[in-house]
Design a protein around this ligand. Structure first.
Ligand code: GDP
Ligand code: MN
Length: 359
């Protein structure tokens, strides 16, 4: 007999997710995608890639967030694509929209200014909501309360190699709180006063910042590293290096901590998410660099990744073969040791290889 859509959905939702081989130890973690309904094709592509490269062996739950309700079509297709369960969260409007204390005239002037300067996403209002949400509100969504770790996924990304491990397990066993793949320089025009605000925060809360064990040097060192001269000059002490947050694996308990919340509230009170165009990537990165120990940050060296326009692939032919990598994608710049990458700086002034050795 022909199944009704409901029965069909029911069946795929209740699919068996307990059939793991016994040596797999699951972590308390979810794959997290903030996405719009119209991005469904890109969402499915990213899902297919991550399922194939990693999750089909683990079946971690996918969590989808949206500022408007997901369409039935979106829910149906993503549920079908997942190897495990899926869940869908509607973001409360107060966690998404521009707060009422933002001065509208000043805001419109700033948009106009950024439009004239051709700042990337400079005139977008929704992009600002998104960046502020990803900076300070994803961690407050009730749908994530029960998890310790999230793995951020975006539409239209690609994972270029089989995962040689469960990154969540690496995080827990290594006491890591933040994991990244790509690190590059931020566009200074989007964050002219972010560093000032962060410095003020440090002065207000010296107890939260331990300069002898954190990664302050990674975000403030300047000048040439090795043979590479960075292509970016900064006007502040912040060298503009940030972890590219479209791929990130984070410990939610860190982002929910009093220290991070204080940090976010401080930055938010400055209005820079709106009067400038602060991205969640530099906001996360500066928090991670200042509030965490360097040893709590991990560069996932072995995970191939693509998000336009950059890609990253593990070094070494045998690794690439063993992990079935496809590294040569025509539309991508290989960024790892390019002059616009901060990875060499991470190796030198951040955690880098130092910690790989004692793993
Ligand atoms: P880019 O990577 O900086 O070019 O920005 P994206 O357009 O990829 O946006 C970053 C992430 O936020 C992606 O996962 C998008 O799907 C999501 N996103 C951006 N704007 C919105 C929005 O207005 N609503 C929702 N629900 N998601 C958004
Ligand atoms: Mn993106």
């Amino acid at each position: 007999p022909k199944l009704s859509t409901n029965t069909y959905l029911d069946q795929i939702i209740r699919k068996n997710v307990s059939g793991h081989s016994s040596d797999i130890e699951l972590q308390n973690a979810t794959l997290l995608m903030l996405v719009r309904n119209w991005e469904i094709e890109g969402a499915l592509k990213s899902m297919r890639s991550l399922e194939d490269r990693f999750n089909r062996n683990y079946k971690y739950t996918w969590t989808f967030l949206n500022d408007v309700p997901f369409s039935g079509e979106f829910i149906e297709a993503t549920t079908a694509m997942a190897s495990g369960k899926t869940q869908y969260g509607l973001i409360p409007s107060e966690d998404w929209n521009r707060p009422s204390w933002i001065n509208e005239t000043e805001f419109e002037n700033c948009l106009q200014l950024m439009r004239e300067k051709h700042v990337i996403y400079g005139e977008s209002k929704s992009y600002r909501n998104m960046c502020r949400f990803n900076s300070g509100f994803f961690l407050r969504q009730a749908i994530l309360d029960k998890y310790d770790y999230y793995f951020r996924v975006e539409p239209d990304v690609d994972y270029l190699c089989d995962f040689p491990y469960d990154p969540f397990k690496i995080m827990r066993e290594g006491h890591k709180k933040y994991g990244f793949v790509i690190t590059i320089y931020e566009y200074e025009d989007t964050i002219p006063t972010l560093w000032d605000a962060v410095e003020e925060f440090i002065e207000e809360h010296p107890d939260l910042v331990n300069a002898s064990t954190n990664s302050l040097k990674f975000v403030t060192s300047s000048g040439r590293i090795g043979k590479t001269t960075p292509i970016v000059e900064s006007n502040s002490e912040y060298n503009l290096c940030h972890f590219w947050s479209n791929f990130e694996i984070g410990d939610l308990n860190f982002f929910r901590s009093e220290a991070y919340l204080k940090y976010f509230e401080w930055l938010d009170s400055k209005g820079g998410f709106f009067y400038e165009r602060w991205g969640d990537a530099p906001v996360h990165s500066l928090a991670v660099a200042l509030l965490l120990d360097t040893s709590e940050i991990i560069h996932f060296d072995e995970l191939g990744y693509f998000h336009a326009p950059f890609s990253s692939c593990p070094d070494g032919r045998s690794l690439r073969l063993a992990q079935r990598c496809i590294c040569d994608i025509p539309q991508a710049d290989k960024v790892d040791i390019a002059p616009n990458s901060c990875l060499m700086r991470w190796w030198k002034d951040g955690g880098g290889k130092r910690f790989m050795k004692n793993k």
